[in-house]
Ligand binder design. Structure first.
Ligand SMILES: Nc1nc2c(ncn2[C@@H]2O[C@H](COP(=O)(O)OP(=O)(O)O)[C@@H](O)[C@H]2O)c(=O)[nH]1
Ligand SMILES: [Mg+2]
Length: 479
């Protein structure tokens, strides 16, 4: 970090004051108290954005910084009050491949609609099965791309992932054409979602990742769903082969294991709906962390998209943990109430600290999207979300340190995500680059056995069929 020059400091103060006045003017008509809050927060935010950007540029003069195209394309520009400080959170182009990919994509769109998170800046669904594409409610028709029509006539590839990969390759131009309408300058990353046990998603997702990596500079992430153990050998074999391929094509592969999330009792479809909600709640909190919506709280150390990108940077496989607890949302704790000393009324700070540390433990040691050993994780990110009065800095720091001990990693980031309206404090733990994953080892083992069995069964049944048709040379074919 380089120190700010005197000129820069003056420029920042001037700009902040300017925003303060604009904020005042904007809101004066409504209510003076709210105006001061908004102006104060705006100034704070912009100040933070400029200083952070200045530091990241290592001393580039501020004037050059604020007018340069790279600043305008940076996430921090999104904090600029002229854009009404809309977001520093992750903005994604989402590509759902196959049936599971399409349904999870749909659930992400539902999450955005419900919370106003605005994660998804572009979305397409790709499938070989026409019926599956029709089932995606929230995506416009022209964003649903049917591939492989000449080969499978809209009926899907069964669970043949080699065929899935082939037809995706053949129709890659059509997929690319649909992506041309995605505003790539607005996104931070691509996210390709697919179930790895089937045919289309399993085979197609790695092909699409490979293509995106060749064209764009933005990171390409995968979100892969592993099949349940009871789905059978073919699904396991598909998943193991797809996993091996997919992980090499993406910048990071986040995994969700259906086997660990199986819910009993319900039908498979209802079960999947419930699982998809759980899945999207986790990834939704992760990707919307850093969102600063109109009039929201301002935090001490807000997580932003660059921290997620850095945690995912080293590649490999990642897993997510999550835990939350209900709390009463306090009234807005803005400047006026702070001046009146009302900020923490009713919120005990020791209690807030303990709440957070216990949530971090629960999130890490409870059910992860991909069950794995936490020890040996290369990088981690802790996000604590909730009303800002509950986001106690000490708690977050304790949680982060604990996570450092548990993972043995030197690279554990932590921060808060102030948000209102959910009525919860939540801890989200992203384990980037997990190395000790018994489930993956098991999957490979079962897949190898399934592959051998399949080979033997094919050989055997060929023999048996030959025996069945054998007439000791007494009968001749017609031609
Ligand atoms: N979590 C989740 N998994 C699903 C869903 N639908 C299918 N799957 C899983 O995804 C795998 C692939 O199935 P599917 O997506 O239908 O295959 P595809 O259409 O050929 O890509 C299966 O092995 C299931 O485990 C879903 O809605 N949610
Ligand atoms: Mg299916």
């Amino acid at each position: 970090m380089s120190p700010l020059s005197e000129v820069d400091r003056v420029a920042i103060v001037a700009k902040c004051f300017n925003e303060f006045i604009i904020g005042l003017k904007l809101e004066f008509v409504e209510r003076v108290g709210r105006a001061i809050n908004v102006a104060f927060e705006t100034a704070q935010n912009w100040h933070r954005a400029l200083v952070a950007y200045h530091n990241s540029r290592q001393g580039t003069p501020l004037e050059t910084v604020s007018s340069s195209p790279s600043y305008r394309h940076s996430n921090l520009y999104a904090l600029d009050p002229h854009r009404y400080m809309r977001c520093v959170h992750m903005k994604l182009a989402l590509i759902g491949v196959g049936q599971a990919g399409g349904k999870v994509l749909d659930e992400f769109l539902a999450y955005d609609a419900r919370t106003g998170a605005d994660i998804v800046r572009g979305a397409i669904a790709v499938n070989t099965a026409k019926a599956d594409l029709q089932g995606i409610d929230r995506l416009p028709k022209d964003r649903r791309i049917l591939i492989g029509q000449s080969r499978v006539k809209g009926h899907g590839v069964g669970a043949d992932n080699e065929l899935g990969a082939e037809v995706t390759e053949e129709d890659i131009d059509e997929i690319q054409g649909a992506l041309d309408s995605v505003p790539v300058h607005e996104i931070d990353a691509f996210l390709i979602v697919a179930g790895l046990g089937g045919g289309t998603g399993s085979g197609g997702a790695p092909v699409i990742a490979n293509n995106l990596k060749r064209i764009y500079t933005e990171p390409v992430y995968g979100l892969g769903i592993l099949p349940g153990g009871d789905e059978g050998g073919i699904y396991t074999l598909n998943a193991a082969r797809s996993l091996k391929t997919f992980v090499d094509e993406v910048d990071n592969l986040m995994l969700f294991d259906n086997d660990a999330w199986r819910s009993s009792g319900e039908s498979v479809e209802e079960g999947f709906d419930a699982i998809n909600e759980e899945l999207v709640q986790r990834f939704g909190v992760l990707f919307s962390a850093g969102e600063i919506a109109e009039g929201s709280d301002v935090a001490e150390s807000v997580v932003d998209s660059s921290e997620i990108i850095n945690t995912l940077k080293g590649g490999g496989i990642s897993s997510l943990g999550y835990a939350d607890v209900g709390v009463d949302e306090p009234e807005r704790d803005g400047l006026l109430s702070r001046l009146r000393g009302e900020t923490d009324v009713g919120i005990d700070s020791t209690e807030a600290t303990n709440r957070i540390t216990s949530l971090v433990r629960k999130a890490t040691l409870g059910r992860l999207t991909l069950p794995c050993e936490v020890q040996g994780t290369e990088r981690a990110l802790l996000v604590v979300a909730g009303p800002s009065a509950y986001l106690n800095r000490k708690g977050i720091e304790h949680g982060r340190k604990w996570l450092e001990e548990q993972t043995g990693s030197m690279e554990v980031r932590g921060g808060d995500y102030p948000r209102r309206g959910e009525g919860t404090v939540a801890a989200l733990v992203l384990l980037g680059g997990v190395t000790n994953v018994p489930r993956v080892k098991e999957l490979q083992q079962v897949a190898i056995e399934a592959q051998q069995n399949l080979g033997e069964i094919t050989d055997e049944s060929e023999d048996r069929f030959a025996e069945l048709m054998d007439s000791d040379g007494e009968l001749e074919s017609l031609f």
